[in-house]
Design a protein around this ligand. Structure first.
Ligand code: AKG
Length: 298
């Protein structure tokens, strides 16, 4: 699916935009399912294991920051990951054996939908090597006003910046960190049906949604099978016991087979500890950890 030029671009820059990765039928079906889930959130009054609610959410105005683990709610989200052009992009970039760490649908509600402060996914979940990436499938057109993803090209080859505030992991860098070069940011806008790819170590973030449209991006966070988690989100596996862990891992294999010989690379690691008071999502981690905002009006 990807050309050699696209693969080299990803290696050098740490991100990629892939156009028309979904057929019109696939896109329409994903949009329909997603709309149904947002509608169903009207009766929800508190964030729970399925929905992360945004300020102002209510029965007349469903406002979500996120639908959590959508592939566990509707199998079509899993089908798209495992049997579509998305799958081809995955194996082009990570090789034949891959697994899913997590998935989420960041819904950024119209008129203010929350910013995601600048961070590196790697800071949340270091692994034995950094063959990990995230896909962002645009389920609606993403333009400058909807709070598109922004990345700092090449930063995946640099250091892991501190994501701590007052000694707590706050899930965001300090925008005044001298190593943060905001002026190099690239904005990833794209049509519905296109997809962003970002490397696990690239610095990225996104501004609030100031448009009157929802920004719907379906994120899949993926790893090569030889990259094993040290800590962070995926380390819930350590609580499962060996049998539970094995079953869980197999349920998350996207392509190929599990790999029992992790590749150990010389990668910079800073453990995401101690956790913020509420670490149930990136939004909650950044808020309760007191992350400084790069997007607040000064
Ligand atoms: O929704 C976004 O703009 C970015 C999401 C993200 O980086 C994350 O959830 O880790």
């Amino acid at each position: 699916m990807l050309t050699q030029d696209q693969k080299v671009f990803f290696e050098e820059n740490g991100y990629l935009m892939v156009e028309d990765v979904l057929t019109p039928e696939q896109l329409a079906k994903l949009q329909d399912i997603t709309k149904g889930l947002i509608e169903a959130s009207r009766t929800v009054t508190e964030s729970n294991e399925r929905y992360d609610l945004d300020k102002g959410h209510g029965p007349d105005n469903p406002r979500l920051t996120r639908i959590k683990l959508p592939h566990k709610i509707d199998p079509y989200y899993w089908e798209i990951l495992t049997r579509s052009k998305v799958t081809d992009v995955l194996t082009d970039l990570l090789g034949p054996d891959t697994y899913l760490n997590t998935a989420k649908l960041n819904t950024k509600a119209p008129g203010g939908g929350a910013a995601v402060e600048w961070h590196q996914d790697w800071a949340f979940y270091p692994h034995t090597n950094d063959s990990l990436l995230a896909f962002g499938l645009n389920l609606a057109d993403v333009d400058e006003d909807t709070g598109p993803l922004m990345v700092i090209p090449g930063s995946q080859l640099g250091p892991v910046l501190s994501h701590h505030n007052d000694g707590v992991f706050c899930g965001a860098i300090d925008p005044d960190d001298p190593l943060f070069e905001m002026d190099k940011a690239v904005t990833l806008t794209g049509k519905a049906g296109s997809m962003t790819v970002h490397h696990v170590r690239i610095l990225h973030g996104s501004a609030p949604n100031v448009s009157d449209r929802a920004r719907l991006i379906l994120f899949y966070e993926l790893a090569a099978a030889h990259a094993w988690p040290l800590l962070g989100g995926a380390s819930y596996i350590h609580a499962l016991g060996q049998r539970g862990f094995w079953e869980d891992l197999q349920s998350r294999i996207v392509t190929g087979t599990p790999c029992l010989t992790p590749r150990l690379a010389d990668v910079p690691v800073l453990m995401p500890l101690p956790p913020a008071k509420d670490n149930t999502s990136i939004f909650k981690t950044q808020m309760s950890g007191g992350a400084k905002s790069a997007f607040s009006v000064k």
